[in-house]
Design a binder for this molecule. Structure first.
Ligand code: SF4
Ligand code: SF4
Ligand code: SF4
Length: 287
């Protein structure tokens, strides 16, 4: 474990430590609804019914920062609560509510670890602010380091008042992601790289390139997750568990791998995999 990683208390982070996954838990605060990216596998759902109820991008309702603080207060007495995360249901870094929520929660509960998930487009712009707010861990979804693959995954990229599509959009996104990862790592944030295995789009060797690049830039761990076929990718099929295992094994020789992820909702509360209400929301999940 690197100095920054051990300081961050990763042994109690369920998304960074296999041992912690069964004994510690995170609370997700769904304060961020908008997004600046058009991932072809995305289908956000707030409230109502969703065919895949237990997955990223889904929340029963949105919270204001004050409501989010109250939600943390309801659970703060549980000694197994270790992490307060913001993971959507949209892109946390394009919304002021994310930063205000971290400010409120960090001031009231300094012992809880603050964590955020991002598509990385705005990470370079906000890495210092996150560090200053006390955020310790950042997950960046980096699916490819090849813009010719990226243009198949992202329908559009919204940045600096412009909407870019195709190769141009994919190149901009990648450049911003790499800059953000490098900067955040340099500032001492501990980075997890989420990469989606998308049959016919991102092969194991492509994800190995992602691992190589992320490792070089200072990221700590990679979490390869299976495609949940939704949105514009609803006609694709999820990878088999063998293909998923193969991709993880291939990347393991390059970078530490997280293997237990079951892809949490944006409002998950409780021990991973045993959240209240999970059974009736499970739907036909990919793995
Ligand atoms: Fe959906 Fe997240 Fe992609 Fe935005 S970055 S489109 S919320 S998956
Ligand atoms: Fe885990 Fe991501 Fe949530 Fe952090 S934001 S607790 S890494 S799922
Ligand atoms: Fe984190 Fe995935 Fe576990 Fe949820 S299932 S707590 S996102 S590692």
């Amino acid at each position: 474990m690197t100095g920054a990683a051990s300081q961050a208390g990763l042994s109690r982070h369920p998304c960074y430590s296999h041992a912690a996954h069964s004994r510690c838990w995170r609370i997700h605060l769904p304060v961020a609804s908008e997004c600046n990216l058009g991932c072809n596998y995305c289908e956000r759902a707030v409230g109502g019914l969703s065919s895949h109820g237990h997955r990223p991008g889904v929340a029963d309702r949105l919270l204001t920062p004050q409501q989010a603080l109250a939600e943390v207060a309801r659970h703060a007495g549980d000694p197994d609560l270790a992490v307060v995360g913001i993971a959507g249901p949209g892109e946390p870094l394009c919304q002021p509510a994310t930063f205000e929520t971290f400010r409120l929660v960090g001031a009231a509960y300094p012992k809880l670890m603050l964590c955020v998930s991002t598509n990385g487009l705005l990470l370079a712009d906000h890495a210092e602010r996150l560090r200053d707010l006390g955020v310790k861990t950042v997950t960046v979804t980096l699916n490819t380091v090849d813009p010719t693959i990226g243009e198949k995954i992202y329908a559009y990229v919204r940045y600096g008042g412009k909407v870019l599509t195709g190769l141009e959009g994919a190149e901009l996104l990648l450049a911003r992601q790499l800059l953000g990862i490098e900067k955040a790592a340099r500032l001492g944030l501990v980075l997890k790289i989420n990469s989606v295995l998308i049959p016919g789009v991102t092969r194991a060797e492509d994800l190995a390139e992602v691992a190589r690049t992320a490792q070089r830039l200072g990221a700590y761990i990679q979490n390869i997750t299976p495609l949940i076929p939704l949105g514009r990718f609803r006609c694709l099929v999820a990878p088999s568990s063998e293909a998923l295992g193969e991709a993880r094994s291939r990347c393991e020789s390059i970078m530490r791998q997280f293997r237990l992820c079951r892809q949490c909702r944006a409002d998950s509360v409780g021990p991973p995999g045993r959240e209240p209400g999970r059974a009736h929301r499970e739907g036909n999940r990919a793995v």
